[in-house]
Ligand binder design. Sequence first.
Ligand SMILES: Cc1cc2nc3c(=O)[nH]c(=O)nc-3n(C[C@H](O)[C@H](O)[C@H](O)COP(=O)(O)OP(=O)(O)OC[C@H]3O[C@@H](n4cnc5c(N)ncnc54)[C@H](O)[C@@H]3O)c2cc1C
Length: 229
Amino acid sequence: MTVQLVDHNLSDEAVVRAARVSTLGRSSGGARTTEEARDKGLIGFLMRERHGSPFEHGSLTLYVEAPIFVFREWQRHRIASYNEESARYRELRPDFYLPAVGRNLVQVGKAGSYRFEPGTTEQFAIVDAELVNAYETTYRSYERMLSAGIAREVARAALPVGIYTSMYVTMNPRGLMNFLSLRTHREDAAFVSNPQREIEMCAEKAEAIFADLMPVTHAAFEANGRVAP
Ligand SMILES: Cc1cc2nc3c(=O)[nH]c(=O)nc-3n(C[C@H](O)[C@H](O)[C@H](O)COP(=O)(O)OP(=O)(O)OC[C@H]3O[C@@H](n4cnc5c(N)ncnc54)[C@H](O)[C@@H]3O)c2cc1C
């Protein structure tokens, strides 16, 4: 999984500036923020009280490479803009996802309250062999169709959701926090989500970038149970 920062204009100051217009009105115009401690307090207050709109100013653009099944989940988040590699206009490369050793393999319990436990060495070998077999077989079909002159948009129907693709995604901090809240599993969160591990791996990378760019906002997000404001 790849999640890289492409572009951004995020800052904790932007949140403070946007919030201050509500009390300062026109006199807030273009004002830079002043006191660090006061700004921190204001961001904490906004997060706690779920005054969300000051967190909508700014945008973060990420470049992501992940399997199609991860993109299907990510792109359910509508408060974002997406541009994805086209399998109509270009031939997809044979890059496929294989779970790393250590990825939990066994689902225990029932829908809504299940958990995942480690697989045995034998189960890992089965996953590896079956996925490699499926990937090789389907990619060969794809290539045969392309060689026979079939359009990429038709031939791609043979490809599995484990194939990698790429996209640009742009989110504002509020939309991003909603994404992080839902796509990471944290026992100490106010709402404990149970996302698929692969999208969580992407979310963790996105969160590291976010925490670096907006440390005060990120700390307030953590302190308030990782609930998006
Ligand atoms: C663990 C997990 C399991 C899931 N399982 C399934 C599943 O089995 N099947 C399935 O279909 N989906 C599933 N989803 C997807 C889920 O239902 C959401 O579509 C997805 O998480 C996007 O969340 P969102 O709507 O909050 O995000 P966004 O679309 O980014 O929206 C952000 C916020 O904006 C507001 N908003 C956006 N659009 C609207 C609207 N049209 N009306 C009102 N308010 C709006 C809401 O407050 C929303 O929280 C799952 C998600 C998770 C995290």
